[in-house]
Design a protein around this ligand. Structure first.
Ligand code: GEK
Length: 245
């Protein structure tokens, strides 16, 4: 796995962001340096899996990339006979994720089986689920598709099942929005991204990553029928929400 220099060169000008082979190669480095709170979100997914995953149920990692959340769930799950379905629609991510899971299989025995599916999360059937993870993925769906996605997850969860929803958000107060964007960019500069890389990445993500307000997420979860939802992590303009059916 390499260092993310995707927006350091000249070639990337004006290209919208895509989850291609170049991004896949540097992806763990990219997420670690770009998303404040990313490591905490992965750790909490392991802890929540230990508490909420029920015997002989399914778990879903939607937009799994290289499977960091899948591995955290697998490690955290204490219940017997569980199955994790990890889904991504980027071929390079799926290919590398399958290798990661093979390496994990070889390094330890686990009671929990893992299946890596190449597909669109909007098309995947969710059933008998006690845990679903959308770790920084819903933000890449068109706004019009998000209600149906959350409703499908609620319908596929068993009573007491948990959803972890992590997202980049916008603030309804323009003053705070400016502050959090600025603090995020400072965070990236501290992690050795140049001002040019930061502004190119920002342009490339325009209309690809569409952030919403925290209240939009909370209202959508309530509309779908989640009984409880709380923001358990906020770091500048990145949040993670835990919701219970
Ligand atoms: C992690 N969850 O490490 N169907 C399937 N996959 C999709 C779709 C879609 N419609 N849209 C986007 N993706 C991971 C990190 S990254 C977050 C998730 C980021 C996939 C896309 O291919 C990419 O792998 C992932 O969602 C988003 O915890 O890059 O900011």
């Amino acid at each position: 796995m390499g260092e993310d220099t995707i927006y350091a060169g000249r070639d990337s000008d004006d290209e919208p962001f895509r989850f291609n082979a170049a991004v896949t190669r540097v992806f763990p480095d990219m997420l670690r340096r770009s998303i404040p709170g990313y490591a905490a979100s992965i750790e909490a997914i392991g802890s929540l899996a230990a508490r909420y995953v029920q015997p002989r149920t399914n778990c879903y990692d939607l937009g799994c990339s290289l499977g960091a959340a899948t591995l955290a769930m697998r490690q955290g799950i204490a219940a017997d006979g569980c199955h994790i379905v990890a889904v991504d629609n980027a071929p390079a991510m799926v290919e590398r994720c399958r290798q990661v899971m093979d390496e994990d299989d070889a390094s330890r025995t686990s009671n929990t089986s893992v299946e890596v599916v190449h597909g669109d999360i909007r098309e995947v059937k969710i059933a008998n689920a006690s845990m679903v993870v959308l770790n920084y993925t819903l933000q890449f769906l068109e706004l019009a598709d998000r209600d149906a996605m959350i409703q499908k997850i609620l319908d596929g969860l068993i009573g007491g099942g948990v959803l972890v929803l992590s997202e980049k958000v916008v603030d309804d107060d323009p003053w705070f929005e400016e502050l959090f964007v600025d603090l995020h960019h400072e965070h990236k500069r501290r992690n050795n991204y140049s001002a040019l890389e930061i502004s190119r990445k920002r342009a490339a993500l325009e209309n690809v990553l569409i952030p919403e307000l925290v209240t939009d997420h909370r209202e959508r979860l309530a509309r779908a029928g989640f009984r409880h939802a709380a923001v358990w992590l906020r770091y500048f303009n990145f949040v993670s929400i835990v919701a219970i059916r």
